[in-house]
Design a protein. Structure first.
Length: 671
């Protein structure tokens, strides 16, 4: 059975949540073969449809990179059993019933909005009224996320109080008493739970609204904390896993912290309350998102009334009367929304990367703040001054990293290796990864985030990294340099190293020019050069001026903590032979094997010469090229080289710590 209001279309991809005959919840996907077929899936939003399909069931994959998105954990928390890739739809049956009426109503409303209103208005309307955000929301999401205002799109107290407050006002103006209007309000609230997608924040705010009215009706007084406890108890009955959800933690955590703060009576007290609230949510924000919008609380105070008193009423009015209003009304509001986002774009600079704090540091920060507010809140100046200790500890605590590491990130069918020095003294990255794209028709193109947004960016920010000292691009292939734009958007890059004659492809040349204008130094290297720093790299290739192709890749040798590493980019066997002949004494403990394990690389004689212990293969799961090839695996086995594969083990990290593992250890994301 298809959940009508979960159907989403992005290019040729159709996704939805389905329930099997034994009531298991699964995430389904289907690649439409034509634009007409894709559009036919809109009927799934309007009707309750049962599909009989043929496809492939997959268990949800585990987290593949440190600090990256954990799909398995997400699915477990939201009770999604697994993933189902549909290959063929054999039959569909209509199963309309009163039980799924609200889900169908939500689905119809979402489609109506997308078809009848301008782009920006439809995105805001669906998000703020029905809690529906799809790929069209991505452009706006970045702006609101980096200014700390994304929570305004999470249907919560502000929205519920607004919508239910309007309904309550209409009942009272109509002459209904609180007693007479309470049951209709209960029905309206429960109905809106379904119409808005039923998120934890909506349920919390709705239950809070009903409880307040119920207590008023019964003339019973509860303290704020009793009220909060009852809501939490009911939420745990309805959704036992709500405290494991990011949304649940933030919604309930922010509500609890707000209760602790006394009601301000003067302007100065209001200011201190804002500062304390901003600091109070900082540890939890840093834990989940690795950064802190400095102006987030101030901007919330400034723009929340705009959402409540302007956007919500206008969008609701437009939704109700949109059929009779001229299109120019929607277009006018659309232009205002565009200008509003441009205003916010100018405030995106104040985002501070903190990294994920240590678990004990998180507990200490939260405990200290709770104690401080309890004991010192009546002295605002002392309280705020002492509270500033928390952001200072979190901001500078990111440098307390005594160990060093070399991580082979899982970027699919591509390469990206990160070198991290103790105390973040130096950050070096070899290649950025990137995804090969294939020519598609316009209707098939999808709005998606770059892959680095899900693997490299969270990994770097989770480690508290704000800028990259050295970025080495081995050659010009997209699967090695394709994410340079994404990285440059999030991090300052000091120096980029390219091979002799590389960087001439049109796309990469343009990107390098932009970065050079922004202050990044571009350096060419060739055989015999050194790239000096905390990590000292010796350049083994290219030998001659090339064009940035596979055979022109930068080959690197580096020794760290008495462990010798060799990085071969996409060098072919002929280039490997040249290196072996030029450096007959070259040895390595760990090899990053060339060209993702292709048989065009890893010459048996060269591998034998190196006498390596480990061979790292950076390749994608079930990749189209069949990497690594059996020939290469046989060569490794013959030379007693243990293969480490990102397609099977996720990110692979060699790490050292002066106290816990001075001789180093290997950590893989997937055992």
């Amino acid at each position: 059975m298809v959940a009508s209001d979960t159907v989403k279309m992005n290019g040729d991809l159709v996704t939805f949540i389905g329930h099997t005959t034994d009531k298991q919840k699964i995430s389904c996907s289907y690649y439409a073969k034509s634009e007409q077929e894709r559009n036919s899936f809109l009927v799934l939003r309007h009707e309750a449809i049962e599909l009989i399909v043929v496809g492939d069931y997959q268990e949800t994959s585990k987290q593949r990179n440190p600090y990256g998105f954990d799909q398995k954990k997400y699915d477990q928390i939201h009770r999604i059993k697994g993933r189902f890739q549909i290959r063929q739809i054999k039959e569909h049956l209509n199963r309309n019933a009163w039980q799924n009426m609200l889900s169908r109503t939500r689905g119809r409303s979402i489609t109506f909005i997308q078809e009848h209103f301008s782009h920006k208005v439809s995105v805001y309307m669906n998000a703020l009224i029905f809690g529906y955000k799809d790929s069209q929301f991505l452009a706006s999401e970045d702006t609101y996320k980096e200014t700390g205002l994304l929570h305004l799109f999470s249907l919560s107290g502000m929205h519920i109080q607004t919508y239910l407050g309007w309904l309550y006002y209409l009942f009272r103006r109509g002459g209904m008493t609180l007693t007479a209007s309470y049951l209709p309000l209960v029905g309206g609230t429960l109905g809106y739970f379904s119409l808005s997608g039923g998120s934890v924040s909506v349920k919390r705010a709705g239950l809070s609204f009903l409880l307040k009215l119920g207590l008023k009706l019964l003339n019973v007084k509860f303290s704020s904390f009793d009220h909060y406890s009852i809501i939490l108890w009911i939420l745990l009955l309805i959704e036992p896993l709500c405290l494991f959800q990011v949304e649940g933690q933030l919604s309930l955590g922010m509500s609890f912290f707000f209760l602790l703060l006394s009601r301000p009576t003067t302007k100065f007290q209001k200011f201190t309350t804002i500062v304390l609230f901003s600091i109070g949510i900082m540890p939890l924000t840093a834990w989940h998102f690795y950064e802190w919008p400095l102006l987030g609380s101030m901007l919330t105070l400034l723009f929340a009334p705009v959402f409540k008193k302007v956007f919500l009423p206008c969008l609701t009015f437009l939704f109700v009367f949109g059929r009779v209003l001229p299109p120019s009304v929607s277009e006018l509001l659309d232009s205002y929304l565009v200008h509003f986002e441009r205003l916010l774009d100018s405030l995106r600079f104040a985002n501070l990367v903190i990294g994920r704090p240590n678990g004990w540091l998180l507990i200490f920060s939260l405990g200290f703040l709770l104690w401080l507010i309890e004991k010192k809140q009546h002295k605002p100046c002392q309280c705020v001054t002492a509270a500033l200790l928390v952001p200072i500890i979190l901001i500078f605590g990111r440098f307390l990293q005594f160990g060093s590491s070399i991580t082979f990130n899982d970027v699919g069918q591509g390469d990206s290796i990160l070198f991290k020095a103790p105390f973040l003294k130096e950050i070096v990255m070899i290649d950025t990864g990137g995804k090969l794209s294939f020519q598609k028709e316009a209707w098939q193109e999808r709005r998606v985030r770059p892959p680095a947004e899900f693997n490299l960016v969270p990994f770097l920010k989770g480690n508290g990294i704000r800028h990259i000292n050295k970025l080495i691009l081995t050659h010009d292939d997209i699967d090695h340099v394709g994410e340079i734009t994404t990285l440059a958007k999030h991090f300052k890059i000091d120096t980029i190293y390219i091979g002799w004659g590389a960087g001439k492809s049109t796309w990469l040349h343009t990107q390098l020019q932009k970065l050079e204008k922004a202050g990044t130094t571009i350096c060419e290297v060739r055989q015999g050069d050194w790239i000096k720093g905390y990590f000292d790299f010796f350049v083994l290739s290219p030998i001659t001026q090339g064009k940035g192709e596979n055979e022109d890749s930068i080959g690197l040798s580096v020794t760290h903590q008495s462990c010798r590493f060799l990085f071969l980019g996409d060098l072919d066997q002929h280039a490997e032979e040249k290196i072996g002949n030029a450096y007959p004494d070259l040895k390595a403990d760990v090899i990053k094997l060339g060209h993702h394990g292709s048989r065009t690389s890893s010459h048996p004689q060269f591998i034998s010469q190196l006498e390596a212990t480990y061979g790292v293969l950076s390749c994608g799961v079930n990749n189209l090229f069949g990497h690594p090839h059996e020939d290469v695996l046989a060569t490794l086995k013959q030379n007693k080289v243990t293969p480490l594969r990102t397609d099977r083990q996720g990110a692979i990290t060699f790490k050292w710590h002066p106290f816990w593992y001075p001789n180093g250890k290997i950590h893989t994301m997937i055992d």
